[in-house]
Design a binder for this molecule. Structure first.
Ligand code: 5AD
Ligand code: SF4
Length: 442
């Protein structure tokens, strides 16, 4: 198929898995002659890659589709598609409810996108392609442009069934990609200029858990570490239940593994954790943090946490605050619980009122803001290696880089530094970032 010059616009909601899926969809479409546009008004194909993990991103996705519909009134040949987790969850129902919608495509069927678009261009509209293939695709389309930092899928799906979470329903059961394909993909990316990879999966620590003779996750990290030219390795997301001692030790001996771990804990109360079906206690979580810091004292730790889970009382919430004070996270992603149809908890009684959720979220975020600022201030005067990613958002003469611990540093410099590993001294710790001055090449 050749769609030479046709313009495609993709709006992405949700996690890195979705961002990466959008990159893969663009790579597939660029291979067929489409070009990306950042201006939806001029697009021939309008896609929204949706997230259903909470109510808010799902609502935003629907309002985006509303905007697409209005644009289509002026351009009736335009094609509108809904992809991602809402597509998987709602399927045909979306086509029934949104007359201007041309196709629905689930995250397990992305490779079908060129054919679906070709059919739509020829007038076959209203298709729904969802579900999962057996196994994880071995070869995935690579981005067309060189990427300094690239995502690499190592596994898909989730077997954990946390009682609040829709992900196992919309992303399917855990499937791991063969290590040989992962290593080959990273080698190709590095040849194209990639310096940092982030290994992606809903639960990367259980990589190949059910595949005999395959590498374990820490063994995979060690193999990736040997790839010449690769400077940095990261991974996300981890589950405390599956984070093994071997993986913790990898922070000591895998040289290119960056000292950062995102380890969601969701709640600090054992009663709530039990109802969430998390498979870990607060004590087990705190013990893991202690072990991580023994192995790697400088490690940056971030997490996800929720407030207002059904039945969460004031004492439970105090336990969450207590855990945050004890760990002193480098950053926290905090959410108000929202019931997701299709999950077990959605039918439970005892939901906290919106006011309680809001108040708890504010208290928690205020606590974390204080911790983040304190930690950023403590870094003043220290010298860090950063990978220069691009221009800072705020000033044309300031560049932006990232430490191995995943902190953003802005420093005076020019765009010739993009892609360089340099050392900077931190001059000022702010609420959301750090300021620094260049001291030299690494
Ligand atoms: N309500 C609120 N937050 C949720 N998350 C997952 N499911 C829900 C829900 N039903 C949060 C968790 C998870 C992150 C990706 O989203 O904190 O780690
Ligand atoms: Fe959203 Fe979860 Fe799907 Fe990612 S996997 S897009 S966070 S629902």
């Amino acid at each position: 198929m050749c769609a030479m010059g046709r313009l495609v616009y993709i709006k992405t909601f949700g996690c890195q898995m979705n961002e990466h899926d959008s990159e893969r969809m663009l790579a597939l479409l660029e291979g067929c002659g489409y070009r990306e546009t950042k201006h939806v008004e001029e697009a021939d194909v309008m896609l929204v890659n949706t997230c259903t993990v909470r109510e808010k991103p799902e609502k935003k996705a629907y309002s985006m589709v509303g905007r697409f519909q209005r644009l289509k009134e002026d351009n009736p040949h335009a094609i509108i598609g809904i992809t991602g987790c809402v597509a998987q969850q709602e399927g045909e129902r979306l086509l029934g409810g949104i007359p201007a919608l041309d196709f629905v495509l689930g995250p397990g069927k992305i490779h079908k996108l060129p054919q679906i678009l070709q059919d739509a261009e020829r007038g076959k509209r209203g298709t729904c392609t969802v579900g999962f293939e057996n196994g994880c695709p071995t070869n995935l389309p690579l981005p067309h442009r060189a990427q300094l930092r690239a995502y690499v899928t190592i596994m898909q799906g989730c077997d954990n069934f946390c009682s609040y979470c829709i992900v196992p329903m919309v992303r399917g059961r855990e499937r791991s990609r063969p290590s040989a394909a992962i290593l080959a993909e990273i080698e190709t990316l590095v040849r194209q200029g990639t310096k940092e990879v982030t290994l992606l999966g809903q639960n990367v620590n259980s990589y190949a858990k059910h595949t005999p003779h395959e590498l374990t996750f820490p063994q995979l990290l060690a193999k990736i570490d040997e790839i010449p030219g690769l400077e940095r390795i990261r991974f996300t997301t981890s589950h405390p239940k599956d984070l093994t001692e071997e993986t913790i030790k990898a922070f000591e001996y895998v040289g290119h593994l960056c000292e950062h771990l995102h380890l969601p804990f969701q709640a600090g109360s054992n009663a709530v954790l039990e109802k969430m079906n998390r498979g870990h206690t607060r004590e087990a979580y705190l013990a893991q943090i202690q072990k991580l810091r023994e192995v790697c004292p400088q490690i940056g730790i971030t997490a996800d946490v929720m407030v207002g889970f059904p039945g969460e009382g004031d004492e439970d919430f105090d336990q969450t605050l207590d855990l945050i004070r004890r760990v002193e996270f480098d950053g926290l992603f905090s959410f108000k619980y929202s019931p997701r149809p299709g999950t077990r908890v959605a039918r439970w009684k005892g939901e906290c009122t919106p006011e309680v959720k809001q108040r708890r979220l504010e208290i928690l975020q205020e606590l974390q803001r204080g911790i983040t600022l304190k930690k950023n201030k403590e870094l003043e005067g220290s010298v860090k290696e950063i990978l220069v990613e691009g221009r800072s958002r705020n000033s044309p003469h300031t560049m932006r880089g990232r430490t191995r611990c995943n902190r953003i540093i802005n420093f005076p410099g020019g765009s010739e530094l993009v892609g360089a590993l340099i050392t900077v001294q931190i001059t000022e710790g702010l609420q959301n970032s750090l300021r620094g001055e260049r001291c030299g090449e690494r």
